[in-house]
Design a protein around this ligand. Sequence first.
Ligand code: ADP
Length: 312
Amino acid sequence: MGRVVVFGSFVVDLMSRTPHLPVPGETVKGSVFKMGPGGKGFNQGVAAHKAGAEVSMVTKLGKDSFADVALDTMHTLGMDTSHIFQTEEAETGSALIMVEEKSSQNEIVVVLGACSRITDAEVESLSDLLSGAEYLLTQLETNVSAVEKLVEMAKERGVKVILNTAPVQPISDQLLSRVDLITPNEVEAETLSGIAVTDEENAGRAADWFFQKGVKAVMITLGGRGVYIATREKRGMLPAFRVDAVDTTGAGDAFNGGLVTALAEGKDLWEAAIFASALAALSVQRIGTTPSMPVRAEIDAFLQEHREEQHD
Ligand code: ADP
């Protein structure tokens, strides 16, 4: 099994549930408060680790009590913390999340802090780590300059690159040309390609746009509808598993963590997408992001139970 480097953000999620979202100047008495680890990079790293991958998690924290939320979680889960950068010059990332009880509408303020200030020197220090890796999984939530540099280094070392384009923002053609597998959701696919992904045909056109940029494989995730998978040779829809979703935040993170795990185990793109869909289907049945990621035994049991739903 190949080693996986997951490079990305860490934020502490501070979530309050409230009868209504406050208007400016208003204080509302909320009902529930929860604090826990989050951030797209960290969620994906934890998902992959719990699913059985050999993960080297790379992120950047401040030197404050929120940093311990990341480090304690990693120690509890038995994750390697030797590639976590820390700085006194910025605070650990945080996300203030307010969720309206009835509507589930939310308002979020993310301050990425340390993980949006990863320096070139820090990225360069990952050279040996990359040399021993088979896959790099990254997103767009850290500073993109770091992502660009790391992806370039990965390509030079023959490491396969998976880019999850969340949160979406303009990216250079040069970065795209170095990506082996891109995993936008439908909104991100539209923002990047300019093609509205309303059905399978449009998803195919968006995939072709990515191919023209040099990307080798495309998976456009479509929430509860599943995922559109395309290589130059083969394309089609893989429907999502039918489950009762209670919280779909972090579904994409679960999917990406599962995907890299299965690929590093040698599964092909389609088998890997089935594994990733199972992991995501389990995670949407639980509240939260990082804590909602299932362990390998749960994923295997789920796949056993839902064998008849799998398509190829
Ligand atoms: P993101 O969180 O990035 O927007 P999506 O919502 O597209 O990602 O979800 C990613 C994957 O998670 C989907 O392709 C699907 O496999 C799974 N998923 C998402 N929502 C559901 C759901 N309601 N039921 C089952 N699986 C889901």
